[in-house]
Design a protein around this ligand. Sequence first.
Ligand code: FAD
Length: 397
Amino acid sequence: MKKIAVIGSGAGGLITSSKLAKDLSKEIKNGEVSIMLFDKKREQEFQPGYLEVAFRGTDPAKIRRPMKKLVSEGVKIVHDNCEKVDLPNRYLKTEGSSEKIDFDYIIISTGSSPDYDQVPGLRDANMDFHTDAYNSSLIYQQVLKIKSGRIVVGIGGLPYKCPPSPNESAFMLDEHFRKAGIRDKVEITYITPFTRIYSADSINEVIAPMYKDRSIESVTAFNTDSVDASKKEITSLEGETMKYDYLFLTPPHKPAEFLKNTELSDEDGWVKVDKRNLHITDYDNGFAIGDTTNIPISKAGVEAHLEGIVVANNIIAEIKGTEKRYKFTGRTQCSMETGFHKATFVVGTYDTPVQKITPSTFNYMEKKVMEKIYWGSLHGHYEWLFKYHFKKDYFEN
Ligand SMILES: Cc1cc2nc3c(=O)[nH]c(=O)nc-3n(C[C@H](O)[C@H](O)[C@H](O)COP(=O)(O)OP(=O)(O)OC[C@H]3O[C@@H](n4cnc5c(N)ncnc54)[C@H](O)[C@@H]3O)c2cc1C
């Protein structure tokens, strides 16, 4: 019996376990393969929807689903978190049990989450839309009360997931206050540690003029050092101090606690992998995908998805004894809403720089279609559509 353990049932973990269960259904039925998925959570949220909750007042319940509806047939979910992975000896331990759980293959897909401890004062001052839908809904309650003042949005520290999301918050706030007829009374300031409004030049060329047109002020090369909630001031490492009335920054992110200070991870706890085959360094039977890897590309659902398909295909090939192996091309595709039903996409690979894509209503519609099919895609539905859409970037042979 080949035992496959998947740690974390977010976007990457669900897609990977579904693909494995579908393609190994015969082996699972025959008792030759088992798939165990570990996660304490009992429900999952559609994270890109946090923006709609925070800035348009979408009901958080609309972007949430119970886990039992998301786990595919053939996959056994264990509602417990992993606290130790011993790759040389091929076992893991969970928080709720002292039992050693053996595996033949392991896929770590434990994501990333905001780390308020990195920026003194940020927790007391900030409201963010990267923690969960509930926190995002608190932002909207605040936004509805704002009649004037200075809102500071942007990047409060690196790394974080979904690179365009802080820019989207600026555009969505601009739209909100224009529609409310009080845009002239509300200042929106975007801060970023990068030297331009968007780190990739091609996207910066598209959105920098839009910031100007929409009167969104930008302060670049601003590395948030600390925040003083009592004085309503942010100070940068560069020594600049900025006043705010409302603060909606994206905090820096951290990996799952159990990965820190292990041989699997780098000094910050991100899992060290080969960027093409996703093997955890030096281990043929260990893989990591999605936000938790140390690959220096964006932390986004599309990467988690495409990496998961590569890993699942390679494990399936090994179990079935076929020769073919697959690689991840580094494909990114993050949508960036620019307000008023328009969006652009941040698209690139390891070998091709980020493209310049003009915001359009068509792109916005594509983003909306992705939202509609998201839950089904976790079950492995629409594989034909993703293959068609990503073409050779779906995986490289
Ligand atoms: C506001 C916002 C907008 C976004 N927009 C986009 C977008 O437009 N396009 C896009 O591609 N991406 C977007 N993303 C990013 C995307 O949601 C994430 O990158 C994606 O979910 C990463 O998938 P993952 O599987 O690596 O991690 P997650 O989906 O975060 O899943 C990680 C799972 O691991 C579990 N876990 C953690 N620790 C343990 C443990 N010790 N044991 C077991 N389980 C554990 C967690 O409970 C969680 O369920 C957005 C994110 C945000 C916040």
